[in-house]
Design a protein. Sequence first.
Length: 122
Amino acid sequence: MVANLLAAKLYTSDPMAVRRTKSLTLGALESFDPSDGKLVEQIKARTEGRGADAVLVAVAHPSVVVDALAAARPGGRVLLFAANDPVTKIEFPAAAVESTKKKSWAAIVRPWTSKKQGRIWC
């Protein structure tokens, strides 16, 4: 809803239909099922081929990160919010970031701290 106040166009994706529906009630223009393999195409089609200005990844799955980098426009930003699994390894071509000047950040929330002591690093 805040995005709408700022005239931003918000698109979401989730493999679960109930979550896609909920995101529409919270202000998303459209919500896509990423399991059909067309997420990047769908985002680029709605941004005149440029890609998204900002992409927030809230799941630590390697293929999701690859899609997020592909969906962001050159110079766009990608936030890896759920990249705190010590076992999962995420690989992508270095050119997906450097040659397009995309910026990426990781935000880590330590789950073992109390609410009072929770920390976020960016």
